[in-house]
Design a protein around this ligand. Structure first.
Ligand code: COA
Ligand code: AMP
Length: 625
């Protein structure tokens, strides 16, 4: 039997025993004796009698083991022209003192700390300091607008908000503080304090409840780590769902620490002596898991990169970073490779750097199209490894396990189910489908450690949204199929979530903004194919009768409204005025049919369609790139 099959079977046969054996990868205050707690099924908890502190596992224990001089974080920031290397000993000092700052501002175990920061080391320090206190961080991506930030503030109810005066995009400096102030004005909840890191590129005006990061740190007393239960929350990360209200994905402490250590070793094949780079953002799950927690829990060196794949300064930026820091594993989204390929189609810039350290390129966040796969593997000469997962799972569901048993790569597939995940493809009744047949991809319960135990403050939404469509299974929201070798093919979402440049967004929340325009009678926002970003949103709007305004002005206003209310990351740039939307006779907009046409996988037109001519009229607009 292959190593993969042996481990997969062991994890499926007795999940509790399998994962309990893996808990030795972590330092515990009280090691767990119980694996899964299923007393509240379908809600499961991992390691209910274990106690630990995640920050200790990510920082202190490496210093205690004599590895304090090892570089923990390489901060590489072409947008500011600076670099910084932070050892584990230095990280421990900063994190303990910032934990002291937070405690002084009133943060205790279980309290929330909202972090709205660019890609700077202080973002990681704030996350780890929160974890040190047994508090719960919620990092919000910088590309979201104040209204989105306000919704998260009201849901998470943070005691303290940590931010920076600005973020730096290659094209411009973005003042974060005014965005934060506006969000706090919109929110109902009032945090006790804000801590602001002043950056020289845009110094922020400070208000009554604002504190300067450096001033507080200058007088801070280090704070010890507070042990928490394995089942206590480490963080809440909001992600887009079908409706406008984002979902607060909860991550626990114990299961997460085990999953991070296990997956970094077995999936990514990276160890404590390696330098690793996940070119993502701490605001996304990839950033949480593989910029921060997995590399630090492992004791490796993680690269924190503030810049883009292109334009900072050129499309060779990624290869410069790999060569300069000796990166063994690079993880990014296919869209980043497409951006590089567009500017350097022959890969001429790759040849200018010594990439001998690079063992593997990992890609995730969206479907890896075969063209991008072939381009990268031919130009780089290393395995290009797709891996499929989502914010909810926190670590790969399907991958080619580089540290367990590398398998042949089939372009278009992230390879096989990762041990711990019982992946099935089912029809609408929940029956397993044979190899090759398309259906809903589900995971049989229980999910392995590190996956979401629930949604923040809303067990019922978790049950309704994920566990009810196919009882006994977790619904991933993705569709696809398995082949005869058990390879998973993920073809796209089955709901209204879209993936724009590896960023997960809700068309539902965009529709809410578009529909609020006074000239709009009805609308549908659909993800359409884009050569660079994979998908981009396109809004189809029907104007109210008698609207006199120029449709082009309305389009501009709608684009501006989405940017202002959701954020630049929404990237809604196309608004198409149409005479009507395809609907059923009962008035339901046929979004699924529209999506199928946009994806190039048209489905049979429902017999309940009101007027097929409307669909015919809109079809070319759905298909055009
Ligand atoms: N703070 C403020 N604004 C931000 C931001 C942030 N953290 N991140 C993005 N934005 C803004 C951008 O400036 C851009 O604004 P614009 O419309 O004024 O140009 C907008 O949001 C869209 O950003 P993005 O989707 O990143 O598009 P881009 O054209 O700037 O760059 C790529 C395209 C492909 C180069 C870029 O998306 C990329 O590198 N993607 C990598 C994927 C990734 O990291 N995925 C995370 C999961 S692995
Ligand atoms: P996020 O929660 O932002 O990580 O987005 C998760 C979603 O992105 C998944 O549900 C998929 O739709 C998509 N996705 C992520 N990785 C892949 C992949 N390797 N292949 C196909 N789709 C992916």
């Amino acid at each position: 039997m292959s190593d993969y099959a042996r481990v997969r079977d062991a994890a499926l046969a007795d999940p509790s025993a399998f994962w309990l054996a893996e808990t030795s990868r972590i330092d515990w205050v009280t090691p767990p004796t119980v694996g899964i707690d299923d007393s509240d099924a379908p809600l499961y908890r991992w390691f209910p009698d274990g106690w630990l502190n995640t920050c200790v596992n990510a920082v202190d224990r490496h210093v205690d083991a004599g590895r304090g001089d090892r570089v923990a974080i390489v901060y590489d920031s072409p947008v500011t022209g600076s670099q910084r290397r932070i050892t584990y000993a230095e990280l421990l000092d900063e994190v303990s003192r910032f934990a002291g700052v937070l405690a002084h501002l009133g943060v205790g175990t279980g309290d929330r700390v909202l972090i709205y920061m660019p890609m700077i080391p202080e973002a990681v320090v704030a996350m780890l300091a929160t974890a040190r206190l047994g508090a719960v961080h919620s990092v919000v991506f910088g590309g979201f607008a104040p209204a989105e930030l306000a919704v998260r503030i009201d849901d998470a109810q943070p005691t303290v908000v940590v931010s920076a005066s600005c973020g730096i995009e290659p094209s411009r400096v973005i003042a974060y503080k005014p965005l934060l102030d506006e969000a706090l004005r919109l929110a109902t909840h009032v945090p006790a304090a804000s801590v602001i890191l002043q950056r020289p590129e845009a110094v922020a005006a400070m208000g009554e409840r604002d504190h300067d990061w450096r001033e507080l740190m200058a007088h801070a007393a280090p704070h010890d780590a507070v042990p928490v239960k394995a089942t206590d929350p480490l963080y809440v990360l909001y992600t887009s769902g079908t409706t406008g209200k984002p979902k607060g994905v909860v991550r626990d402490n114990g299961g997460h620490a085990v999953a991070m250590a296990w997956s970094f070793d077995k999936v990514y094949g990276i160890g404590p002596d390696d330098t690793w780079w996940a070119a993502s953002d701490v605001g996304w799950v990839v950033g949480h898991s593989y910029i921060v927690y997995a590399p630090l829990i492992t004791g490796a060196t993680t690269v924190l990169y503030e810049g883009k794949p292109v334009g900072t300064p050129d499309a060779g930026a990624f290869w410069r970073v790999v060569a300069e820091h000796g990166v063994a594993g690079l993880f990014t989204a296919p869209t980043a490779i497409r951006a590089i390929k567009r500017e350097d189609p022959d890969g001429a810039l790759i040849g200018r750097h010594d990439l001998a350290s690079l063992r593997t390129l990992f890609l995730a966040g969206e479907r890896l199209d075969p063209d991008t796969y072939h381009w990268a593997s031919e130009r780089l000469g290393v395995p290009v490894v797709d891996n499929w997962w989502q914010t909810e799972t926190g670590w790969p569901i399907a991958a080619n396990l580089r540290g367990l048993e590398p398998m042949p790569i089939k372009p278009g597939s992230p390879t096989v189910a990762v041990p711990g995940y019982d992946v099935r493809v089912v029809d609408s009744r929940g029956e397993d489908l044979p190899a090759g047949q398309d259906g809903a991809i589900v995971i049989r319960l229980p999910l392995p450690p590190g996956t979401l135990p629930t949604l923040w403050g809303d067990d019922q939404r978790y049950i309704d949204g994920y566990l009810s469509a196919f009882p006994g299974n977790y619904t991933t929201g993705d569709g696809g199929y398995l082949d005869e070798d058990g390879y998973v093919y993920v073809m796209g979402r089955t709901d209204d979530v879209i993936n724009v440049a590896g960023h997960r967004l809700s068309t539902g929340s965009m529709e809410a903004v578009v529909a609020a325009h006074p000239a709009v009678a009805e609308c549908a926002v659909i993800g359409v194919h884009d050569a660079l970003k994979g998908q981009v949103p396109r809004a189809f709007v029907v104007l109210k009768a008698g609207v006199a305004a120029d449709p082009r002005d309305i389009e501009v206003e709608i684009v501006a409204a989405v940017r202002e209310q959701i954020g630049p990351v929404a990237a809604l740039k196309e608004v198409v005025v149409v005479p009507g939307l395809p609907k059923t006779r009962s008035g339901k907009i046929l979004r699924r049919t529209m999506r199928g046409i946009a994806d190039g996988r048209p489905e049979p037109v429902p017999s309940t369609i009101e007027d097929v001519r409307v669909l015919e009229a809109i079809t070319p607009l759905l298909q055009s790139d």
